[in-house]
Write a protein that binds this ligand. Sequence first.
Ligand SMILES: [Zn+2]
Length: 248
Amino acid sequence: MALTPEQLDRHKRHILLKEIGGPGVQKLLAAKVSIIGAGALGGPCAMYLSAAGVGEIELWDGDTVERSNLQRQIQFTEADLDKSKVDVLASRLKAGAPDNSVRTQKRRWGVAHALSGEIIIDATDNYETRFELNQVAHASGRVLVSGAATRWSGQVSVFASGVVAGAPCYQCFVPQPPPDAEACEDVGVVGPVTGIVGSNMALEAMKIITGAGKPMIGKIGLIDGLGGMTRQIGLPRDPACPVCGEAP
Ligand SMILES: [Zn+2]
């Protein structure tokens, strides 16, 4: 279907990019993405994907907005305190891009719940959900875009073990939850690093949808906020991985 004059105007800066162009915008308009977590990572990720025209965004989060969120979750304001994060973020997305569909799931995601997206974005903050999302992504042949931030550090990767032969999954990277796992509510996190991670996840999802560039499959991007550095490390698949490995 041809883009309308309004869509041509709205998405002009993406249409100008040879790696996206009109066909890429049409792929974005037809795309369905599930974002698990509507907080510091999911907020900027959802806002960039919605602005880019992603046709359907499913948001999962059971939390309400607290004052301690406002230091980094810039999609929320003082007027949103005690409201559902998913509801507030959905209305923020609809205000910017009224034609896109937003599905709201006002509860914590668990394996019993089906995800509507073709791409899964892990913007959560706990290992239990991360492991479950990885299993679902692998088993259902969907790409998992994963991000995390704590203190001054962030990381981003794309796990495609169920889609690309030889690609690692999240559990190849983190075989089991580290015993000294730190939650950001205990140790703190600097706001802009969560924005960098959320924006990077949106960027990776856009590359996967449009076919532009090379998604970060088999690589982890590391952000060091204090040092002002980013770097990439390679991540091999673990043949002994309980999710994607060769053992039954
Ligand atoms: Zn694996």
